[in-house]
Design a protein around this ligand. Structure first.
Ligand SMILES: Cc1cc2nc3c(=O)[nH]c(=O)nc-3n(C[C@H](O)[C@H](O)[C@H](O)COP(=O)(O)OP(=O)(O)OC[C@H]3O[C@@H](n4cnc5c(N)ncnc54)[C@H](O)[C@@H]3O)c2cc1C
Length: 288
């Protein structure tokens, strides 16, 4: 289908884009890579009057290391993250996540900011952001504020972005030495979206688990932190038995989705099994 007519603007700076959002309010939609928005416009599920294309604003893409974290501009594409030597070396889990998104075309156009702001309950990045304890930076008329990723996803396609804010960057702490991280998923056949995607990080010290981070996507209405799994692992050796016992809590705190791809019971089962797999592999990586 062909989208309804829109007025198209291309601001040159982030500040100009924020001002445009202020002026046009709910009549306007931001456009980044367009890989979620354009299908929606074509299906006429949304009919904004104005498109503000932020996809060409200088300084909003790329990755830099700062204060033991990787700062990633919102316009950085999935391909740039997957293939970045910085990310592959300092935070392999993130590169691994980006590399599993959709197909080559999607990874070449889609952006991390667009994906996180869109908050598809089956998107991959949210699980990784939660497991890695990333901060999401939002820029609005009053300046920038940041929040922990686990507080950002409020429901299906719902985030903590308010009013005229633009997701401008993401700050991902570099995991300490002795850590291992993994992203793995049971994917929808055609699109690659997660029916269940699990990001897990483990930090080992003296043969036991000092800390664990587990983010799960695709299972509930929004990506979530598996608190009970993390708590169950603290201070234990990363044995198969301990991991299996902890992974059994993967869906304790959510009501799993039920749809064409999987029943709620099956999603609960997927969450348990894929959390166990992710943790076992994270432990191996941490040891090596
Ligand atoms: C065939 C196909 C397969 C896919 N498979 C997967 C998959 O396996 N896993 C996965 O995670 N994703 C998948 N995706 C989604 C893909 O990752 C999108 O690129 C991503 O969800 C949106 O990023 P975008 O830059 O294209 O955003 P856009 O489509 O431009 O925007 C998406 C939404 O976010 C808003 N927005 C955009 N940028 C910002 C910003 N900086 N601040 C605030 N709001 C903003 C827009 O207004 C819009 O509402 C797939 C998409 C397609 C078409």
């Amino acid at each position: 289908m062909i989208p309804a007519d829109v007025d198209y603007y291309r601001p040159a700076t982030l500040e100009e884009a924020v001002k445009m959002l202020q002026n046009y309010g709910t009549e306007a939609k931001l456009l980044s890579g367009g890989h979620s928005l354009l299908p929606i416009l074509k299906a006429r599920l949304a009919q904004p009057e104005i498109l503000i294309d932020i996809g060409h604003i200088p300084g909003m893409s790329g990755m830099v290391m700062e204060n033991n974290a990787i700062v990633i501009g919102a316009l950085t594409t999935h391909h740039e993250i997957a293939s970045s030597p910085i990310v592959q070396k300092a935070c392999f889990l993130l590169a691994e996540t980006a590399g599993q998104i959709g197909d080559v075309q999607v990874r070449n156009r889609g952006t991390i900011g667009g994906s996180l702001a869109h908050a598809d309950p089956a998107a991959d990045y949210p699980a990784a952001m939660i497991a890695l304890d990333a901060e999401i930076v939002l820029t609005g008329p009053e300046g920038a504020r940041s929040m922990r990723a686990e507080n950002f996803f409020e429901g299906a396609y719902e985030t903590a972005i308010v009013g005229n804010e633009i997701l401008s960057s993401v700050v991902v702490p570099i995991p300490p030495s002795g850590s291992g991280g993994v992203y793995c998923k049971a994917a929808q056949g055609a699109s690659g979206f997660a029916v269940c995607g699990v990001a897990a990080t483990l930090t080992l010290g003296n043969g036991t688990i000092e800390s664990a981070g587990v983010g799960i996507t695709g299972v509930a209405g929004a990506a979530y932190r598996a608190n009970r799994v993390e708590e169950a692992l603290a201070g234990l050796a990363p044995t198969a038995e301990n991991i299996e016992t902890a992974a059994a809590h993967a869906a304790d705190e959510v009501d799993p989705l039920e749809d064409f791809y999987a029943s709620a019971d099956f999603r609960r089962q997927l969450a348990r099994v894929w959390t166990g797999r992710a943790l076992a592999q994270a432990a191996e990586r941490a040891k090596s």
